[in-house]
Write a protein that binds this ligand. Structure first.
Ligand code: ZN
Length: 111
């Protein structure tokens, strides 16, 4: 991945400009198969990251991102969600183990 500076960008939730740094929370969605480059990350300001975290816990659901945000990992940990994906795949998604066994062909990726 190309080295990049951390300019300003918009929070993907509230649209407020935030100064990006290596610590800015971000997630990266799955690109379409027509993309040659990985998709750009989506940024979260601190306020929205916290709000998303609590909202995920309240709804007991997490989005499916290629690279999950830090708030996602924190919420997943809190709810006991695990990261599963097809055997040998470099991607996965969150799974709530209380809803049943891991689907066939999927493995616990232990993120
Ligand atoms: Zn925001």
């Amino acid at each position: 991945m190309a080295k990049r500076k951390w300019p300003q960008d918009k929070c993907c939730v509230c649209g407020r400009f935030i100064k990006l740094s290596g610590k800015t929370d971000r997630s990266t969605c799955f690109g379409s198969s027509a993309d040659y480059e990985p998709p750009d990350p989506e940024w979260y300001c601190n306020k929205c990251a916290r709000r998303e975290y609590f909202s995920a816990i309240r709804k007991r659901s997490l989005p499916t991102n290629w690279i999950p945000a830090k708030w996602e990992r924190k919420a997943a940990e809190k709810m006991g969600f695990i990261r599963i994906g097809p055997r040998g795949a470099a991607w996965g998604h969150w799974f709530d183990p209380t809803r049943g066994p891991i689907p066939d062909g999927y493995v616990d990726q232990r993120w």
